[in-house]
Design a protein around this ligand. Sequence first.
Ligand SMILES: O=P(O)(O)OC[C@H](O)CO
Ligand SMILES: [Mg+2]
Length: 241
Amino acid sequence: MANPSGGVSGKGPITHVIFDMDGLLLDTEKFYTEVQEIILARYNKTFDWSLKAKMMGKKAIEAARVFVEETGISDSLTAEDFLVEREEMLQKLFPTSKLMPGVSRFIRHLHAKGIPICVATGSHRRHFELKTQRHGEVFSLMHHVVLGDDPEVKQGKPSPEIFLTAAKRFVGAPVDPRKCLVFEDAPSGVLAAKNAGMFVVMVPDPRLDKSFHDAADQVLSSLLDFSPNDWGLPPFEDAAA
Ligand SMILES: O=P(O)(O)OC[C@H](O)CO
Ligand SMILES: [Mg+2]
């Protein structure tokens, strides 16, 4: 519930914002789904959202292990070979990535108001470059980006490591985790933020089981529905606010 003094249920106010990337800033989750459906079809199996929920947000090799083990194909395809096999398809798709609704307006707003913002993504450097090549302007407003292959990030989400590393790299760190707001689409990412002691707004794909919403502090259908005032952040000044 929104609290006019800043924060949902009296929590906040928030001073720093951390964004997930895939499925939150960029519409890239659909590419992973498409490629994984193609690979599984070869084994006469179908890719569903319960498996998707276990993979999304994780580092590539961690998600790959889930994929081959949960589908029972690990005797025929190793996690490493799965990554090699999907790579060619992903490399063609990633440069076509689009921003999710409301991203450009929200990032520009926070940056203009001087709220420190950053990205914490399970994606590794090479994929990050492909996905963001058409979105340099928006991503240049981030104070920093923490990637899945960062040497300080040993374990992927739901480990809190990536968000704690992200918070540590803001100017004036350490930042109190209770003043950090994370935006996430994935169950593993929501848990990682909570494990880091941060607040988390979940913007899930509507196909994700609703039980995964429970761990989040707020759930939105779209970033367009976000009200900065709920968290003690500066309100939008344009007419769409
Ligand atoms: O959702 P992200 O940005 O942490 O990315 C994780 C994987 O690359 C895709 O699920
Ligand atoms: Mg994500």
